[in-house]
Design a protein around this ligand. Structure first.
Ligand SMILES: *Cc1c(COP(=O)(O)O)cnc(C)c1O
Length: 476
């Protein structure tokens, strides 16, 4: 399709400015551009068509099934968007006096209370802008704690190899050395490897649970105990909370801090570059180090305060506030019954789809899963030359967004499928039929599979060149 710059015609425009009703003031010559600014000049109808064409080339939850593992691409109820669009929320400014934004402060306070209840933590900050940013913030809490206690030598973070890829990256950014521990044959943390890894230099452990292969670690209480006995703290990567919310709380499992992805579990759309929100919760003994400001309630009044040994800010103001409004609306709409029902539905849907595909597709772990499951195409790659990439690309022809591919790294030819609770049995049946049909094609017409997709504007881009030599701007 043509770019806006290519559609541009000199002098064409789509706005009629009203006559200026104030005195004009001239800019100083030194402040003026030397060359004209290249802005596309275009009529309103052409502008509208351009964006409609772009929208048609994308795939979203409104277009079809989107089982992108680890991303929880569920349907977000419209009411959450409506709440976040209320002028009382969109028309305020972060520098306003607290007196004039008591309602917004109540939103932060209320959401904190609810998420404390859901996670079993004692306080929550909404500053982090995303999951990885939350991890970083949580790790700074752990760091502050050890430094405060004079334990400078506790500088190692243990990360199981089934953790999300952001975990070791965040630990490293927060100044820790990362110690990887391997999984056992059932996909959980190998306890002997963990025991061997902890010591007087252990700052803590980061556990993704359910982990990236969709399994709840059955030894989770043992894991937190081993780390605590060694003097470390336990961090819970709660981005997969959609599998367990309302059923089990990280705070009851021995975890000292946790981050959530509001843009996965709590009804903010995920993808497209944001905005997201990765609130961090912690136990009482860590609250003194939390980012500032936090909100507290004094009788019927809300106030900002700075914790005693606060690490300062990790983001300007109070984080992505409107995402918090969506989360509050979502939690309040679902209520105490709806929250566990949502996660139960997510687990049920994942197991339903897994059952429908197993036998034809090989599962990486032959057991019940949580909210997602991982298949391996290793056998098919070997026998038929059909890879996870081929299956993923062919799904596009049927209007299904591919699962997450080649992740987690501990599974070869991986496809990681997360259907979410918002899909109907009919959609799951239809998707299962398509997955199975693709495997039939692998026998009858593998060549065509290697060429897929046949119906998309772009088929198989050269990903290496795209990553190494990206063309990010239009050359005039
Ligand atoms: C998505 C995810 C993250 C990272 O979240 P971002 O918002 O993308 O930074 C971390 N951990 C797990 C388990 C995730 O699924």
């Amino acid at each position: 399709m043509k770019l806006l710059f290519e559609r541009s015609r000199k002098g064409r425009q789509c706005c009629i400015l009203p006559p200026c009703d104030v005195e004009t003031a001239a800019f100083d010559e030194s402040l003026l551009r030397k060359a004209p600014l290249h802005l596309p000049e275009i009529s309103e109808v052409d502008l509208g068509r351009h964006y409609t064409e772009l929208a048609k080339q994308t795939h979203g939850v409104n277009d079809g099934f989107y089982p992108l593992g680890s991303c929880t691409m569920k349907y977000n109820p419209r009411i959450d968007e409506e709440a976040a669009a209320l002028p009382g929320f969109t028309g305020i400014h972060p520098l306003q006096e607290p007196e004039s934004v008591q309602g917004a402060m109540e939103v932060l306070y209320e959401t904190e209370q609810l998420l404390k209840e859901i996670t079993g933590m004692d306080a929550m900050t909404f500053q982090p802008a995303a999951g990885a940013h939350g991890e970083y913030t949580g790790l700074l809490l752990i760091r502050s704690y050890h430094l405060h206690n004079g334990n400078k030598e506790r500088n190692k973070i243990i990360v199981p190899d089934s953790a999300h890829g952001t975990n070791p990256a965040s630990a490293s950014m927060a100044g820790f050395e990362v110690i990887s521990v391997k999984s056992d044959e059932n996909g959980g943390v190998d306890l002997d490897a963990l025991r061997a890894a902890v010591g007087p230099d252990t700052a803590g452990l980061m556990l993704t649970n359910p982990n990236t292969v969709g399994l709840f670690d059955p030894n989770i209480l043992k894991i937190t105990e081993i780390v605590h006995q060694a003097g470390g703290l336990c961090y819970y990567d709660g981005a997969n909370l959609n599998a367990v919310m309302g059923h089990v709380r990280p705070g009851d499992l021995g975890f000292d801090c946790v981050h959530l992805n509001l843009h996965k579990t709590f009804a903010a759309p995920h993808g497209g570059g944001g905005p997201g929100s990765g609130p961090v919760g912690c136990k009482e003994f860590l609250t003194q180090f939390m980012p500032a400001p936090l909100v507290k309630k004094e009788e019927d009044h809300f106030e900002f305060f700075v914790p005693e040994n606060s690490m300062g800010r990790v983001k300007s103001f109070y984080g992505n506030f409107l995402v918090v409004v969506k989360a509050l609306t979502y939690i309040r709409t679902l209520g105490k019954e709806g929250i566990p029902e949502a996660s139960a539905g997510a687990v049920l849907n994942a197991n339903y789809l897994m059952k429908k595909l197993s036998g034809v597709y090989d599962m990486a772990f032959d057991t019940l899963c949580m909210h997602e499951f991982v298949m391996t195409l290793q056998r098919q790659a070997h026998e038929k030359g059909v890879t996870a990439m081929d299956v993923a690309k062919r799904l596009l022809d049927f209007g299904i967004h591919p699962p997450t591919m080649y992740f987690p790294l501990i599974v070869h030819e991986a496809l990681m499928v997360e259907p979410t609770e918002t899909e109907s049995p009919e959609t799951l049946d239809e998707a299962a039929g398509i997955f199975l049909k693709i495997m039939e094609e692998a026998d009858t017409d593998p060549e065509s599979l290697h060429q897929a997709p046949h119906s998309c504007p772009i088929g198989r881009p050269d990903e290496v060149t795209a990553a190494r030599k990206p063309v990010l701007r239009y050359q005039f």
